[in-house]
Structure formats: C-alpha cells, structure tokens
Design a protein around this ligand. Sequence first.
Ligand code: SAM
Ligand code: TMP
Ligand code: ZN
Length: 410
Amino acid sequence: MTAPAVSGCRICGGPVSEMLDLGRQPLSDAFPRPADLAGEFFYRLGLGRCADCTMVQLVQEVPRERMFHSDYPYRSSLSSVMRAHFTGTGRELLATELTRPGAFCVELGCNDGVMLRTVAAAGVRHLGFEPSAEVAELARQQGVRVRTDFFEEETAAEVHATDGPADVIYAANTICHLPYLDSVLRGARLLLAPGGVLVFEDPYLGDILARTAFDQIYDEHFYYFTAHSVRAAAARSGLDLVDVRRLPVHGGEVRYTLAHAGRRTPSPAVADLLREERDRGVTGEEALHRFAADVARTRTELVALLRSLREEGRTVAAYGATAKSATVTNYCGLGPELISYVCDSTPAKQGRLTPGAHIPVRPPAAFADPYPDYAVLFAWNHADEIVAKETGFRAAGGRWIHYVPTVRVR
Ligand code: SAM
Ligand code: TMP
Ligand code: ZN
C-alpha cells in the first residue's frame, strides 16, 4: 500500500468522507505474466465525497507513471461501436468548432488516434497528448501528430507558446483520470482561444449510482463527475459549464463543454441536468449510502451464483478483461477457481493474468474451443457488440452472466 492517501478534496481542499471501501486492489490495467507475479502493486480503493463541492473522488491516489507508461494496454479502436462514436465526434467538431482557417484541435488521451485521425484526415491542425508511448505510436501510424506527455498546466503553456491558442480541447475517458484536475483546467484556460471550448466526456455518477455500476470505480477513474461537481471545479479555474449531453457509451456518460467565463450562454440542457441531479439526489450523501448497500448485495449474489455453478460442475469463463473487472474480481474474491479464464481481443492482455485475481486471459478465438456453460460479461458496456459477434455461444446452450444493474443469467 504505497499509494498516498489524499488528505482533503483534490479540487477545493474541503473535507472528504469515505462512502464505500472496495478494499485492496491492484492496478486495473497491469496484466502480469504468469512467471512475474512478485512485483504487483496494490493500493486501497475507497470512494469519498467532498462535503463542500460534492466532488466524488478516490481517497488514495496512484502515481500516474504507474498507470500510464509504454506498456499501458488499452486500445480504443478495438470496439467498432466506439470507433463509430469517435468518428462521429471528429466530424461534429470539424463542423462546429473547427471551421475557421488555421483552426487548432488538441486532444488529451488520444490513445491510438481513434478520434484525431478524422481531424488529421481533414487536414486540420491538431495535437494529441498521449503519455503511454506504445499507444501514442499507433496514433502516429494513423497520421496523427502526438506529444508523448501528460497534459497539465506546464505542458499546456508550452503548446500555447509553440502552436498558439486552441479552438477545441477534447478529451474522452481521460479528464476523470487526472487527480491534478486543477492544473489541467488552468492549462486548458491558458491554451484555449478566447472563444474556444474544452469538451470532455466521462462516466456519469448519476448512471453509476442508478445501475450499481461499482466496477466503474478503479485506480484510473479518480473522479466521478456530475454537472454540479464539474461546474464547481470549472468555476475555480475561470471556466463556465456551457453545455452537457448524455451519451449512451460505456454504460452512461456525460459530455461537458466548458468555455471562458462569460463567453458563451449556457444551453438549457445545463439547467435541466442540474435540476435532475437535485431532484434525484445524485449529489447528496444519501444516494451514495444506498449505492454502497446495493454494491454489497451484488457481491453476495454474484459470489453465490458462481459458487453454486461450480458445485454443479458447470464450466464458467468470462468475456472482456476490462479494467473495470479488476474491481469486481478483487472485491468479490473471484479467482481462477470460480472463473477459469477470460477472453479478450487486446493483444497485450492475452497470455497474461488478470490483475490481482490471476485469471488467465485468452484470445476471443479460444471462447468457442469449447464454449463454456456460462460466461460473465465483464465488458457489459460493449454487450450489444459482443453478444452479436458471439451468437454461437447462446446457440450452443451457453448463458451470459450479467451483474450490472443486478445479477442475472440470460
Ligand atoms: N480517449 C480514449 C478513449 O476514450 O477510448 C482513451 C481513453 S484511456 C481510458 C485514457 C488515456 O489517457 C490513456 O491512453 C492515457 O495514457 C491517457 N492519459 C493519462 N494521463 C494523461 C494526461 N495527463 N494527458 C493526456 N493523456 C493522458
Ligand atoms: P473497456 O470497457 O474499458 O472499453 O474495455 C473493453 C475490453 O473488452 C477491452 O479489453 C477489449 C475487450 N473487448 C473484447 O474482447 N471484444 C470486443 O468485442 C470488445 C468490444 C471489447
Ligand atoms: Zn471539494
């Protein structure tokens, strides 16, 4: 447990109360080789809430270099649904915010270039920030200009000095990964042109609570945003929340648009979501207490189901060695004795073991060889895509096990 505990809110310094303890956890994206288990890093995964600004956040911070480095395995382009989502996003940015001659688009966490390749193909000036070197190289192969670095205030100032102001700074599934959000927002304000926008999308706390999606909680997801908490954080850096849009991807996200204070009139969607959050109590403590009880119930039911299947002699595997599943397996105590293997399309995960729980990862081709009786759908956020490509599994009598929003067999 060498991850430092956070002493107060990372946004405002206010008091943070711990609402949920998910225990000792490994790095969610560190897949050890079978011969190499000694060096695993663990920390304590606890979810806290700031009484002052309502920001929900982790109570321990894993150093960023331990998570994002040349071996970081996540590849955004492996999902056809997400490829289509990001192509659409690129086209929309080109049509709305990147129309002036010489427009400049910066992306944080561009990964393998899944979004910026559309901007690059249109001949528009751009720069991706991507600290994970191997995946950054894949983006370069797509014709994307990449800086292998962490975006924060200092690096933002350097880009402003060399490339000038940005019309758009975009980030998907990245801003919530950055505990040093204050530095990131200051950097964004410095780099953005006076009329520019910071657009980012991340898992939405309202959806996490509504679906008991406790596996969205892991080392890389440091913040769990609402319109309320994002607005408060933005205001501290001289930025206004001017638009919000619910997105269906990754189990429910919100795309937030921030602009320099006073530059844009907030859309009615902002007031609507703020009102909905108040009405549903999303930003309060009570919702988190209920969530904690729901999470405990899911664990009890999932463990009971898997134990009974094992006692009946059924074969059980899993699908999608997601970062999310590290939280499920380690919090519920699910190892290879209950889940024999997990199939995943990521080359860098195959032949390795899942973090902490040490379930072997196999390529998707192994799924049919032979099919297991049951498969836990760890990549539930890609359910439509996976169930459609694995129709042979149900045809052969196999059944999917879901645990979000509740434990059920289908
Ligand atoms: N945007 C892609 C998507 O939505 O699929 C990738 C998301 S991935 C979960 C998060 C990415 O952020 C990783 O590729 C990681 O290396 C990168 N990252 C981490 N810290 C960063 C920072 N300070 N600036 C820019 N990128 C960062
Ligand atoms: P994510 O939920 O963080 O996007 O991770 C999805 C994981 O599931 C990733 O490791 C890739 C894997 N996956 C498959 O194995 N097959 C698929 O069809 C899809 C969409 C994802
Ligand atoms: Zn706070």
